[in-house]
Design a protein around this ligand. Sequence first.
Ligand code: 6PG
Length: 255
Amino acid sequence: MTCSLVIVENPQAVAIAAAQRIISVLHAAIERSGVARLALAGGRTPRELYALLTHTTYRHALPWNRIEWFWGDERCVPPDHPESNYRLVAETLLSVLSPPPQQVHRMLTERNPDEAAALYEATIRSVFSLAPDEIPRFDLVLLGMGTDCHIASLFPHTRALSEERRLVVSNWVPRLAERRLTLTPRVLQAAQTILILVTGSEKAEAVRRALTEPTNIDDCPAHLLRLARGDVVWLLNSAAASQTTASSGPCPPVP
Ligand code: 6PG
């Protein structure tokens, strides 16, 4: 496992650094096995990145039709809802790249949350051709982080943080008073590469906690990345990194 920081000036530079890293990781996966399996993030941060990937520089950099598209988490809203993570990716990225529909694996939020989670888990098992107890190793998982250190929909002090059997669960989030769908910790931790994009001074405290506080996953779910099997790359702008003395390079040693 490696952990590294890339700290750049502004959100545009974060998007560029992320796009370059995504192309490199997915290209290597396709070279290796003919396919790349990618789990995408929702929220506001990745919007600029997704739009950038449709620009000529990146749009022609990959055989995008060799990718299996997944989501790391989803809100329990219809796929055309403004809050939908699927809609974010569909309207910024997929509408331009037009991958084969059978390779776009949306969480079926029109079903009840537990059913949607079970169906998504079955889809993952099928696409990865997993043995009964095998964990999928996504080639790339893209994450954001909330001001409370949550990643995907693994929020502090929620049940999903202690899930050790399932790959996908529905997770009640008291702070939001809503249910979310999310990949579980061990699926995130199994990924070959995790890119976590964090921008904005409002995230600086969470970044400081995630990178420098003693491990307490229940309090700061981003700490679960410390147990990742693959490469973890934090892509930060200087505002998000402003409460740490860290600079680009290896992550600070875990206290
Ligand atoms: C979601 C995301 C979530 C997000 C963080 C950061 O569904 O919202 O998966 O984990 O990455 O909440 O969100 P912003 O990028 O909007 O700050």
